[in-house]
Ligand binder design. Structure first.
Ligand code: C30
Length: 287
């Protein structure tokens, strides 16, 4: 394996078919798909895990801004790897990160350049390496831990610093509201991770942990590229980050629950993402 990559985590995929030239996160606008999978050391779904947390992040170099779009896991979309319209989280079970990236590209007609995929254990390691993150817990919760031990995590309502296990419970819990609000909590968590990871002093520890997460995390980003964009997102004006959501309705098709995305919301999101990535005719092929 090439130097300058995470030892066990680096997993290159084919470049996006929507790019005509290669992308450099130090120079260009680009996108990263964050994929949280429902797998852990105990569960070990052997590659058939589903992507239960899906966040598309777009980075604009001139504005030094980031947009985070949460894509509900039950979204009813066309999954190219399966050739059918079904739940978006089935793409990962069908063909891993690449199939998930292709599905998101198809949905919004934007290139997905990079991905970072983690299971429960890697997520916990990342949050713990940052000495926890600050979140706003909306209500008192009793949730299971990463070993699926019931009621192992207890959080009080309010703003607080949570450790890895607690952050995972916060990102997984949905019984008191819904998967849509859970998606909003995941955006909050990702924002808190980015904000803490890019604050002064975090980087050295972060390097150690990225190596420790091993194959619980995979990414097609090289470490030099990550270091580069960490600098890029910490401009003089701090973090310029906006969270986006998709509108939709609950829907049951042939007895299965789906989240039916609102067409206008998808169309508007498409335009917003294309404009944030500053995609002109040169950068997007018209396939
Ligand atoms: C390398 C770079 C650039 C940066 C590194 C640092 C960064 C930025 C890392 C990013 C971290 C990531 C990937 C962030 C993205 C999003 C987040 C916040 C992911 C967090 C957690 C994660 C790894 C996966 C989340 C998976 C989720 C949301 C759920 C899976 C329920 C069943 C049937 C019951 C079950 C019940 C609960 C909690 N569970 O958890 O338990 O399978 O959830 O809703 O499917 O299951 O329903 O009724 O059996 O008990 O209620 P789950 P479910």
């Amino acid at each position: 394996k090439a130097q300058n990559v995470f030892h066990d985590s680096y997993d290159p995929v084919e470049a996006s078919a929507k790019r005509s030239a290669s992308v450099d996160p130090l120079e260009d606008n680009f996108s990263i798909l964050f994929i949280g999978i429902d797998d852990s050391d105990e569960r070990d779904y052997q590659g058939n895990s589903r992507s239960d947390a899906l966040i598309l992040a777009t980075f604009n170099k001139d504005q030094k801004s980031i947009k985070l779009l949460s894509i509900p896991r039950d979204s009813y979309v066309y999954v190219p790897a399966k050739g059918v319209t079904t739940k978006i989280n089935a793409a990962h079970a069908a063909g891993g990160p690449k199939a998930t990236m292709d599905t998101v590209e198809e949905l919004f007609d934007v290139p997905v350049d990079y991905y970072v995929r983690m299971n429960f254990n890697a997520f916990i390691d990342v949050v713990d390496s940052l000495d926890g993150i600050e979140v706003d817990v909306p209500y008192e919760m009793h949730e299971m831990d990463s070993h699926d031990k019931k009621n192992a995590i207890h959080l009080e309502k309010g703003i607080q610093t949570v450790d890895g296990e607690e952050a995972l419970a916060f990102a997984r819990t949905r019984k008191q509201d819904s998967d849509i609000q859970r998606g909003e909590r995941q955006q909050e968590v990702l924002k808190a991770i980015i904000s803490k990871a890019t604050s002064a002093g975090s980087l050295t520890k972060y390097t150690d942990v990225m190596e420790a997460v091993g194959d619980n995390m995979t990414t097609n980003l090289q470490f030099s590229q990550i270091k580069g964009f960490i600098k890029y997102v910490t401009g003089d004006n701090g973090l310029n980050l906006e969270t986006l959501k998709l509108e939709g309705q609950d829907s049951t098709i042939n007895g299965t629950y789906y989240y039916q995305l609102n067409e206008t919301s998808v169309a508007n999101t498409k335009l917003l993402l294309q404009s944030h990535l500053n995609l002109g005719p040169k950068e997007v092929t018209n396939q």
